[in-house]
Design a binder for this molecule. Structure first.
Ligand SMILES: Cc1cc2nc3c(=O)[nH]c(=O)nc-3n(C[C@H](O)[C@H](O)[C@H](O)COP(=O)(O)OP(=O)(O)OC[C@H]3O[C@@H](n4cnc5c(N)ncnc54)[C@H](O)[C@@H]3O)c2cc1C
Length: 388
């Protein structure tokens, strides 16, 4: 029924859904605007729901990921002056069968890309539009090239072009926080292997250090800022973050001083409110294009992996493309909305109160304890979902 699928975006969502579809015998082709899959200066937390999904797509992949990253065993929280506020052991592996894994973004992307034949990834292909009819969807690229497919998946991230054509809801919302991050080879007596150390201050600033294994550390800082404008030069970015975190205890000053200016990524944190629908005809969305969220719970990529597994199962099992995409959306929307809302509650985001259902769900989430939410989140088992 479905022979060819065009996927826009070779991010974590696009690569994983391509692999999930190809495992079902579907010819999935990925189109990416970048000319190179360049390393992004970041690390990522993978947790049981995301890891179980990746393992369902590619049995054995989590062993490769574990070898490339670092399993977190302890979380510590400190004041900005270094004083310890609290600490806890991470027991996700024992409770949910997968660990909390910190990994370099570039390693993860490389491992996902290496599962696909190189001819299935088309770099330097910026999608600018599509048209669909009852037989096919035609995708248009900036170069003037077009391709035909049975299904189009927009996995093109927060500023998705596919979403703009499908939904047309404009730019994402700035969530009032700027973030800065970098990955470097670094050691410091206060940064221990298998540990994530966070520091916080009463003005809403946070700074985290994540051991990524193999001597790499990922640091990430965020601060409330009324404007979400990006600095013009790399040197300005570095002086901004040094200014934001001046006076914070070590190892903040030392790691900032040791980080090459060119490696620091500055980004405004953005999201969008949950969508009512994200598929039409032969076209659907996945990952950040469908349900972007502030990175409070570290679930953006993890939920994209869930999407990837479920969409491939729906396309395999349903009687028609429209039924498959409806099944996918009906399965994914309730879960991702809860996670978007939980993020919004935690980050004190106020969306336009546009529906009673949304407000009711928001109320429910404020009443659910962190432990209850964690159990629901991490107990996700891809193989138990009904896709037909
Ligand atoms: C500071 C920060 C920390 C985070 N930490 C975590 C974490 O610990 N755990 C977690 O699960 N998530 C985390 N996230 C979220 C996570 O990074 C995203 O949710 C995830 O990368 C989304 O994947 P995606 O494939 O949907 O989109 P993206 O990763 O954005 O990929 C989209 C791809 O589409 C391409 N593209 C865009 N437009 C076009 C076009 N027109 N034509 C062709 N290609 C196009 C882009 O170049 C890109 O390669 C974090 C996010 C931030 C900002």
């Amino acid at each position: 029924m479905v022979n060819t699928v065009a996927i826009i975006g070779a991010g974590l969502g696009g690569l994983s859904v391509a692999q999930a579809l190809r495992k079902q015998g579907i010819n999935a082709q990925v189109y990416e605007k970048a000319c190179l899959l360049r390393p992004v200066g970041a690390g990522l937390s993978l947790v049981p729901n995301g890891l179980h999904s990746l393992e369902a797509i590619t049995p054995g992949i989590t062993e490769l990921l574990k070898a490339a990253g670092s399993q977190t065993q302890k979380l510590t929280l400190h004041k900005s002056n270094g004083e310890l506020i609290g600490q806890k052991s991470v027991t996700l592996q024992e409770k949910y069968g997968q660990p909390m894994l910190q990994i370099r973004w570039s390693c993860l992307q490389e491992i996902l890309a290496s599962q696909l034949p190189s001819e299935a990834i088309h770099l330097d292909h910026r999608c600018i539009g599509f048209q669909q009819n009852q037989k096919e969807v035609q995708v248009c690229f900036e170069s003037g090239k077009t391709v035909q497919a049975d299904v189009l998946i927009g996995a093109d991230g927060l500023n998705s072009v596919v979403r703009q054509i499908l939904i047309g809801d404009g730019d994402p919302d700035y969530a009032g926080r700027m973030s800065w991050r970098a990955v470097l080879k670094y050691s410091h007596p206060k940064l221990l292997p298998h540990e994530v150390m966070s520091m916080t201050a009463s003005d809403g600033k946070i700074f985290g250090f994540f051991d990524l294994g193999s001597g790499y550390v990922f640091w990430s800082g965020a601060a409330l800022c009324p404007e979400g404008n990006i600095a013009e030069t790399a040197a300005e970015v570095k002086s901004r973050i040094q200014h934001q975190f001046s006076g914070w205890a070590e190892p903040v000053q030392e790691i900032l001083a040791a980080t090459n200016v060119e490696n620091i990524v500055e980004r405004p944190i953005c999201d969008r409110p949950p969508l009512e629908n994200w598929s039409q005809g032969r076209v659907t969305l996945l990952g950040d294009a469908a349900h972007p969220m502030v990175p409070l719970l570290g679930q953006g990529a993890n939920t994209a992996f869930e999407d990837a597994w479920e969409l491939a199962q729906c396309l395999r099992h349903a009687s028609s493309i429209e039924t498959a995409l409806a099944n996918y959306e009906n399965s994914r929307k309730p879960r991702t909305q809860i996670i978007q809302i939980r993020n919004a509650v935690g980050a004190k985001r106020a969306y336009k109160a546009d529906s009673e259902t949304y407000l009711a769900k928001m109320m429910q989430q404020t009443q659910l304890s962190d432990a209850e939410f964690e159990e629901w989140l991490y107990n996700y088992k891809p193989s138990l979902v009904n896709y037909s």
